[in-house]
Design a binder for this molecule. Structure first.
Ligand code: CP
Ligand code: NVA
Length: 304
């Protein structure tokens, strides 16, 4: 349930997911028509970053401003967290000043602890385990291009990482089937595999990119080595060789298939430059939708 916090896709019911997507679409439409919606006037979102970011930082900061509030960028290195102040104390202190916290960090457990000790909403802006805000934007984009989710096949090529974890849950919840092609030791998290059991053959893990891409309506990929995995990068480049969205793979998908990438992309690794450019419209629409989807999350959680 979407109670106080937004930490994973698993916590959403299908209705809550669709309500968020509907609100995101409404806020996007109002924004395009120049209609202001200052529903969070006077409220402040603290944004803690322990990893780099372009999209998440700018879309949250702009989003809270467009909702009438303000965002505070808080680099984890500059906070006392960086010098060892416990997350439990940080949570209780920030709750006295702010109306919401967005956090991007490594350990998912530390975000759960932040949420447990904070009396204000906590929003996950990416952990090693999950990236739910990105998935809301991805689903919003798919709905814009395809009109809905029922009967569609979603294909993920590459690492069973934070993106794949959240996408698998989000796609199944929305009504799509989800197929991931990855080397055996890079499968999604055990908690996600457990969640997917209820969906039977609508969820598949394979080592074959051809099998995953066959008749797909949406093809998605992400970097081979995520933030924090820099030391494994060379090994991962060997392990993921061939796990790429390219023109040959696209021939196996539906003719009108769309391509998605959370970005940043590494051309020539998980996706070729020609495929990325051929699908730039939908990929940058997807990036834009971070703004609208996250405004829907903030408007829902911080307006209670
Ligand atoms: N997709 C995404 O989260 O991008 P940033 O790392 O730039 O925030
Ligand atoms: N899997 C990537 C996503 C970046 C938005 C990472 O964690 O670095």
């Amino acid at each position: 349930m979407l109670n106080k916090d937004f930490l994973t896709m698993q916590q959403l019911t299908q209705k809550e997911l669709f309500d968020l997507l509907d609100l995101a679409a409404k806020l996007k439409d109002e924004r395009k028509r120049g209609i202001a919606h200052p529903i969070l006037a006077g409220k402040t979102l603290g944004m803690i970053f322990q990893k780099s970011s372009t999209r998440t930082r700018v879309s949250f900061e702009t989003g809270i401003y467009q909702l009438g509030g303000q965002g505070l960028f808080l680099s984890a290195n500059d906070l006392q967290i960086g010098r060892g102040e416990p997350i439990e104390d940080t949570a209780r202190v920030l709750s006295r000043y702010l109306d919401g916290i967005m956090i991007r960090t490594y350990s998912h457990e530390s975000v759960e602890k932040l949420a447990e000790y904070a009396s204000i909403p906590v929003i996950n802006g990416l952990t090693d385990y999950a990236h739910p805000c990105q998935v809301l934007a991805d689903l919003q984009t798919i709905r814009e291009y395809k009109g809905g989710f029922d009967g569609m096949k979603f294909c993920f090529i590459g690492d069973g990482n934070n993106m794949a974890n959240s996408l698998a849950v989000g796609c199944l919840l929305a009504g799509m089937s989800f197929s991931i092609a990855c080397p055996k030791k890079y499968a999604p998290d055990a908690k996600v595999l457990e969640f997917a059991k209820a969906y039977g053959d609508k969820f598949t893990v394979t080592e074959s990119i051809e099998e995953a891409a066959k008749d797909a309506d949406v093809l998605y990929t992400d970097v081979w080595a995520s933030m924090g995995m820099e030391e494994e990068a060379a090994q991962r480049h060997r392990d993921f060789a061939g796990y790429q969205i390219n023109a040959d793979l696209m021939k196996l998908a539906h003719k009108d298939a769309i391509v998605q990438h959370c970005l940043p992309a590494h051309r020539g690794e998980e996706i070729t430059a020609d495929v990325l450019e051929a699908h730039a419209k939908e990929i940058f629409d997807e990036a834009e939708n971070r703004l609208h989807a996250q405004k829907a999350v903030m408007a829902t959680l911080m307006n209670r």
